[in-house]
Design a protein around this ligand. Structure first.
Ligand SMILES: [Zn+2]
Length: 175
């Protein structure tokens, strides 16, 4: 317990309270996604300590598999700044970006990314194709911020989904 408190204090000092707060905001957005039966991922784009864009996954709602939180936040940010590039922005996202989003981050040159949970299965930053290792552009990267909170949201969401699918299939099979 003491070790955990020290870890939290240490991460606050090293990473900074603002970073933690923006991630908490991204977590709130992820919870909105969850309420809408979307995979709970939230993203916040920040420039000069101001949130200029925020989004959550919206694939199911829009019947569009490209509507990941990061893609939507980047798109909003570009529109807001009327600029192709987001070098001075930081993207906070609750889950390690997938290869598609990592490539979009590189294309739009987001200066820094901060993510929560690691995604060994579908991530594209620290896992899988590790997009930035093969990219013309590499942002600053901080992973694992509020990791357990972000991961827990996803874990519960997929557990419930599996439960629903299983109970539905039992009805279909008359069990
Ligand atoms: Zn993605």
């Amino acid at each position: 317990m003491v070790k955990r408190i020290l870890m939290i204090l240490f991460s606050k000092i090293v990473i900074g309270t603002a970073v933690m707060d923006y991630m908490l905001h991204a977590i709130r957005l992820a919870k909105i996604a969850q309420d809408r039966n979307e995979v709970p991922v939230g993203a916040v784009l920040v420039k000069n300590n101001h949130i200029i864009a925020q989004a959550h996954n919206a694939c199911e709602t829009n019947h569009n598999s490209l509507y990941h939180a990061e893609m939507l936040a980047i798109h909003q940010g570009i529109q807001h700044l009327q600029s192709m590039y987001l070098n001075e922005c930081t993207l906070y996202v609750t889950l390690e970006p997938c290869p598609m989003c990592a490539a979009a981050i590189a294309q739009s040159r987001v200066g820094k990314i901060v993510f929560g949970a690691y995604d060994p299965k579908s991530g594209g930053v620290e896992h899988g194709p590790k997009i930035f290792e093969h990219s013309h552009f590499c942002p600053q990267i901080i992973g694992g911020v509020h990791e357990s909170q972000c991961a827990k949201l996803l874990k519960i969401f997929f557990q419930n989904k599996r439960y629903k699918t299983n109970s539905r299939s039992s009805i279909f099979h008359g069990n």
